[in-house]
Design a binder for this molecule. Structure first.
Ligand SMILES: [Zn+2]
Length: 223
């Protein structure tokens, strides 16, 4: 592959990751600097991620920090990457096919984190997107690869997980699909929370959930 193709691909990735980061406050998932988005190009082994502490409205494709995933080395940027870089690195190294990761402290999902409870599979929307309850890992400190290891240990087929007392990690085959998983996590957490004010939400049996998941992932949309 030519150098120019690689450059064009990484530039397109920077544009997409910029968009995903800007949509975090716009979709109400983060306030101030409490979330981040990254994208990964497996062929070159490069990720691009939000710079640490930068206001979302100041993020440009050029401001994103490029990191070589196998070594963790920052390439050609004087800005520091998000402090959550180690978790993004760990997930790209260990989840084949993942090319986008989002981390947020979105309110309703993080309320489940505060009480250490998963978002139960009580809506067809949860069956569609997640195919399982959205699991909740126990509290984990932020040292080294602890968060990444816990995500691997406690995840199920769902493209999102709630980290106990902390917030949400969501992923997908692009930054856009990771953002969708993060937005859907907050949306269903909100609906389930409202349901819990009325009564006890009813779990959808696994075989029924499977029908919804299968249709959504294999037959939905325009192919
Ligand atoms: Zn966090």
């Amino acid at each position: 592959m030519g150098e120019s193709t690689l450059e064009a691909r990484l530039e397109a990735l920077r544009v997409e990751v910029t968009k995903a980061n800007k949509l975090l406050p716009e979709t109400g998932l983060v306030t101030m600097h409490s979330g981040n988005a990254s994208g990964y190009d497996p062929e070159s082994g490069m990720l691009v991620i939000k710079p640490s502490g930068m206001d979302y409205d100041r993020i440009t494709p050029e401001s994103l920090v490029q990191v070589h995933v196998p070594t963790g080395e920052v390439i050609g940027s004087s800005l520091r990457p998000s402090v959550d870089l180690p978790h993004h690195l760990f997930l790209y190294r260990n989840l084949p096919g993942v090319k986008g990761i989002i981390h947020t402290h979105s309110n309703y999902a993080t309320a489940f984190a505060a009480v250490g409870r998963p978002v139960p599979l009580v809506l067809t929307a949860i069956a569609d997107e997640f195919g399982a309850e959205i699991p909740c890992a126990p509290y984990i400190d932020n040292e080294g690869e602890h968060i990444g290891e816990a995500i691997l240990k406690y995840r199920n087929r769902s493209p999102a997980i709630i980290m106990g007392n902390h917030g949400v990690f969501a992923w997908g085959d692009s930054p856009k699909s990771a953002l969708k998983a993060a937005v859907m996590t907050e949306d269903v957490a909100k609906t389930v929370w409202i349901a819990m004010q009325i009564g006890e939400p009813k779990v959808i049996p696994a075989e029924e959930a499977e029908k919804w998941y299968d249709r959504y992932h294999n037959r939905y949309g325009q192919s």
